[in-house]
Design a protein around this ligand. Sequence first.
Ligand code: MD6
Ligand code: FE
Length: 200
Amino acid sequence: MTAIEVNGVQVYSGLLDLEAQRALLDEVRAVVRAAPLFRPVTARGKEMSVRMTSAGQRGWVSDRRGYRYEARHPGGMDWPPIPSRALDVWRGVSGVDRDPQCCLVNFYDEAARMGLHQDRDEADFAMPVVSISLGDDALFRVGGAERGGPTKSVWLRSGDVAVLAGPARLAYHGIDRVRPGSSALLTKGGRINLTLRVVD
Ligand code: MD6
Ligand code: FE
C-alpha cells in the first residue's frame, strides 16, 4: 500500500475497506460502552468540542488540572483493551516493534473541530503516532514543527490511516471541519478518530 505525504505525514488512503471499518467500529463501540465518551475541559476551563475516551494501559485526559495520561477513566474504571483491529493497523504501519499503550478515541459531531496542536505528552518521540479515521470526511491540516509555519490540508476519509513519524512526529496538526453526511458508516453520522501511541 502506498502512502501520500503531506508535510512529512504519511497518509494511507483506504487502508481499511468497508468490512474492516465495520469490524473495527464494532470494537470501538465496545470500548465506548465500557468507558463512556466524555467532554474534556482545558486547563483554562474551556470545553473541547470533541468527545473522547481511551483504550489501553493509559488514557489521555484533560481537566482543570491540565492534560496528561492516566491509568483510569475519569469515572474510575480501567480503560478497556485496545481494539485488536487497531493493533493490527499499528503493527502494519508503525515500523516499530513495541505495541501502543494508548488508543485515544475522538468523536466529532458536525460542529466539532480540533485546533492546531502537537502531540508531545509522550516520553519517546522516536515512537510514531498512528491515526485511523472512521465515518465522515474531515479536513486535516498539517504544518511543521514550529507554530505559525505554512500548512497543507488533506481530506481524511473513512478507512484512511495517517502516520506521524520521524521529522513529522512533532508536526502541528488539527481538524478544521468534518463534512456531515459524507459517510454512512456511523448510523447517526459523525466521525471517529483513533490515535495509537506509546506513552512511557
Ligand atoms: C483527528 N488527529 O484526526 C485528530 N494526532 O481527529 C490528531 O490529533 C492526530 O491524526 C496525532 C497523530 C495523528 C493524528
Ligand atoms: Fe494530535
